[in-house]
Design a protein around this ligand. Structure first.
Ligand SMILES: *Cc1c(COP(=O)(O)O)cnc(C)c1O
Length: 381
């Protein structure tokens, strides 16, 4: 048992065997025509899958670097930017923008709620914003933003770039740049794509590329679109060494996503998440996010009275699963359970069984099989 721990944090998420196997392959040169073809096919598939009419980037780095890349290529020092924050990762954008000398306005929601679209519209109408950022799912709160509705509203503000942080969402939650009027979106390999950490994926539409061209030379080097566009167009060229095995792993993940279908994958996430959430509520946890804006990729579960965070999470680990703790004001009061990507029904039954055991060990008496029963009922409907 000790050497088998199910990873149920909101990233990294479990990596399926066929994806793992790509990580173990013998290295090839980045200029090897076989690797060049593989890299190119991943880039092209990703662009098509997510409705991008500009450029798709697959680069070594984490989601945070993608956030920095997004901001760096559409704003210059002194520009105004609007940050719509639904939690910790929304706030990270504020920090990045301050470092870059931008004039930052922030709209924050109480944790668990969203900033209403009307409030965003009024703010955007109040001055000229170069860009606006929204987190699709904020991992700290488990809130899912109404991205399509926001995209529709953004048609009134064609000069503002709509940046979507899809890091804990993309390929679990549904998103499409063309359908939803999103200008720039990014994610990282270790979340709903179910690949090891180390790559980020970024989609930039034509409107974004036009903005980049207007900016001329930018202070950043590694994240400059202009350095990477020639490589994304023709990966046999060199700018900085690609993460070869990770690209292969991502290619396998994309193959699986195409086989399942992006919509079907989302439907699977919805069904699973709602069943998990119902089962967990029955055990006495409160879901932080309001019902209308609950993510399908993770759940943020506020503890029932009398449950000690450290003790509970230690019991979970001892019983074989690892989850994440709450952040900021919810540290010690909540745990976060990732259920995105390659997680399947058997993993979930295991997780719920472990949660039932851990609760009983911590003195919160629950009937064995209760959550598992509710979950199975929902899943086999
Ligand atoms: C995880 C996460 C990030 C940061 O990604 P890293 O790969 O850890 O740098 C950014 N935004 C959201 C919403 C996330 O969940």
């Amino acid at each position: 048992m000790k050497d088998k721990t199910l990873v149920m944090i909101p990233g990294p998420t479990p990596v399926s065997r066929p994806i793992q196997e790509e990580m173990g392959r013998e290295i090839q040169a980045f200029g090897d025509p076989r690797f060049v073809a593989d890299y190119k096919s991943v880039i092209d598939d990703l662009g098509q899958l997510f409705g991008c009419d500009g450029k798709t980037f697959v680069i070594a780095g984490t989601g945070t670097l993608a956030m920095e890349m997004a901001i760096s290529n559409v704003t210059k020092r002194g520009d105004s930017i609007l940050v719509v924050s639904h939690g910790y990762f929304g706030d990270r954008f504020t920090d990045i923008c301050m470092h870059k000398g931008l004039d930052v306005d922030v709209l924050s929601a109480e944790w668990g709620q969203i900033v209403p679209v009307e409030v965003i519209r009024a703010k955007l109408a109040s001055k000229k914003y170069a860009a606006m950022t929204v987190s699709h799912v904020d991992t700290a709160t488990g809130v899912c933003a109404p991205i399509a509705e926001i995209g529709e509203m953004m048609k009134e503000f064609p000069e503002t770039i709509y940046i979507l942080d899809g890091v804990a969402a993309t390929a679990g939650e549904y998103a499409n740049l063309a359908e939803m009027n999103i200008d720039l979106m990014f994610t990282a390999s270790q979340k709903a794509f179910g690949v090891c950490p180390g790559l980020f994926l970024l989609w930039a539409n034509q409107k974004v590329l036009a903005r980049r061209a207007e900016l001329g030379m930018i202070p950043e080097y590694y994240v400059d679109f202009e350095k990477w566009i020639p490589i994304m167009d023709d990966p046999s060229k060199y700018f900085a060494t690609p993460a070869i095995n990770l690209v292969w792993a991502l290619k396998e993940s994309v193959r699986q996503i195409k086989e399942e279908g992006l919509r079907a994958r989302y439907d699977r996430h919805v069904k699973n998440a709602r069943a998990m959430q119902k089962a967990l509520e029955a055990l006495g946890f409160r879901i932080l996010a309001v019902p209308e804006h609950r993510a399908v990729t993770l759940s943020n579960l506020v503890y029932p009275e009398g449950l000690n965070d450290a003790e509970f999470r230690a019991a979970l680990l001892d019983e074989g699963i690892i989850v994440a703790g709450g952040l900021a004001a919810y540290a010690g009061r909540m745990f976060r359970l990732g259920h995105m990507g390659n997680i399947d029904i058997n993993d979930e039954v295991t997780a719920l069984g472990v949660i039932e055991r851990a609760l009983n060990r911590c003195g919160v008496k629950v009937e064995y099989g209760k959550a598992v029963g509710i979950y199975m009922d929902e899943m086999t409907r």
